[in-house]
Write a protein that binds this ligand. Structure first.
Ligand code: PGA
Length: 252
């Protein structure tokens, strides 16, 4: 799975051009889903363009909101609304949302639960900040984020196959400093082992793919994706350019 995360960029014109150019450039024999996450206000526009032209791009939402019972949220987007628009994927737990929107693991776990109930595929983002890395506490930090998935398994066993994990070290996001291949590989192995053994998903025969994100570009993508522990890429800045993104997709 190769995901373009446009964050808060683009407009209708640039999006229409991007969708057309990417659709005409990506190798359709590549079995990796090609997923586009536009800003929320353009979801319907992007879906219409893709459907009208029969393009092989799938759509993900960058956002999903959740309200606890009895609360209301002005401006919120529910998973039911996303499903209604025929959105297939949703990013949950991105570090920018954890940080700016003060989202904790409790809310994130509710979001994932709601998304799974509405039959969306969830791309669950996790990753450590630089202090945690420097203190050698990355695995402890990631295990707490992964425990969110552990909370779901008794109630949602049948839906766990719709979960993908995206490992995005916060210090690598948008910094131009991607994590090195060895570091990514070891961390992905930790994540997979934790899910298999500590959360016990190997007993359920469920092995979620693990994507890498954080300053992926045309120069480093091939090396990163060549690792057998890396199942795909979540790309921010480098996804904005249709030519760059298509090349990365075709190399993966
Ligand atoms: P980046 O963003 O590729 O610009 O580092 C990745 C992300 O935040 O998903």
């Amino acid at each position: 799975m190769i995901v373009a995360n446009w964050k808060m960029h683009g407009d209708k014109q640039s999006m229409a051009a991007w969708i057309e150019e990417v659709s005409n450039s990506i190798n359709l024999k590549n079995i990796n889903p090609c997923i586009f996450c536009p800003p929320t206000c353009y979801l319907e526009y992007a879906i219409r363009l893709i459907n009208e032209n029969g393009y092989h791009i799938e759509i993900g939402s960058q956002i999903l909101n959740y309200c606890f019972e009895g609360e209301s949220l002005t401006g919120g987007i529910s998973s039911t609304m996303l499903k209604d628009l025929s959105v297939e994927y949703v990013l949950v737990g991105h570090s920018e949302q954890r940080n700016f929107l003060k989202e904790n693991n409790n809310v994130i776990s509710k979001k994932i639960e709601k998304a799974l109930n509405d039959e969306l595929s969830v791309i669950y983002c996790i990753g450590e900040d630089i202090d945690t890395k420097n203190k050698n506490e990355t695995y402890l930090f990631l295990s707490k984020q992964l425990d969110v998935l552990g909370r779901l398994q008794s109630k949602h066993e049948d839906k766990l196959r719709s979960i993908t994990v995206a490992y995005e070290p916060i210090w690598a996001i948008g910094s131009g400093l991607n994590a090195e291949k060895k570091y990514i590989e070891k961390t992905h192995e930790f994540i997979k082992n934790y899910i298999n053994d500590d959360l016990g998903w190997s007993n359920l025969d469920i092995y979620p793919p693990v994507l890498y994100g954080g300053s992926v570009n045309l120069t480093n993508c091939e090396e990163i994706i060549s690792s057998t522990a890396v199942d795909g890429l979540l790309i921010g800045g480098a996804s904005l350019n249709s030519e760059t993104f298509s090349k990365i997709y075709n190399l993966s």
